[in-house]
Write a protein that binds this ligand. Structure first.
Ligand code: ZN
Length: 139
């Protein structure tokens, strides 16, 4: 992971084999990020996305083990229990240009990734929503 900070924006470049989720959590720790927007593009060799099944109260993960473009990576970085917490959604497309996507839990870089982390003043924490069981903004 290479990154450069310009004011409140951090530009991130990831290398082959690095995981977006792990790398951004490491960035959040290093730069002490309390709240930020995340967006990016690039290409992966493998990605795992999920759909939150409200009835079961869990994410249904699905792994795509193939080279794909990152059509869009969107989300945010907050804090939970004092540590950086990511909520990312992503869409990917393969050779046929069809798109798959969902709640992102893993994305291994296959070529590169160009990600912007826009830091927002202050800190946003997470708390568990009593009905859905997901970690929501604590506002
Ligand atoms: Zn989500």
């Amino acid at each position: 992971m290479y990154y450069r900070r310009n004011g409140d924006t951090i530009s991130v470049r990831l290398s082959i084999g690095e995981d977006i989720v792990t790398s951004l959590l490491e960035l959040g720790e290093k730069e002490n990020i309390g709240f930020a927007q995340v967006n990016g593009i690039g290409a992966v060799s493998r990605a795992t996305v999920g759909f939150y099944n409200l009835d079961k109260g869990e994410y249904m993960p699905k792994t795509f083990d193939e080279p794909m473009e990152i059509v869009s990576l969107l989300g945010n970085m907050t804090r939970k229990d004092g540590k950086p917490y990511l909520h990312l959604h992503a869409s990917f497309s393969g050779e046929d240009c069809n798109v798959v996507g969902g709640h992102l839990t893993e994305a291994i870089i296959g070529v590169t990734a160009e990600i912007f982390v826009n830091i927002i003043d202050g800190e946003m924490n997470r708390r568990v929503h009593p009905v859905t069981g997901i970690n929501i903004f604590d506002i």
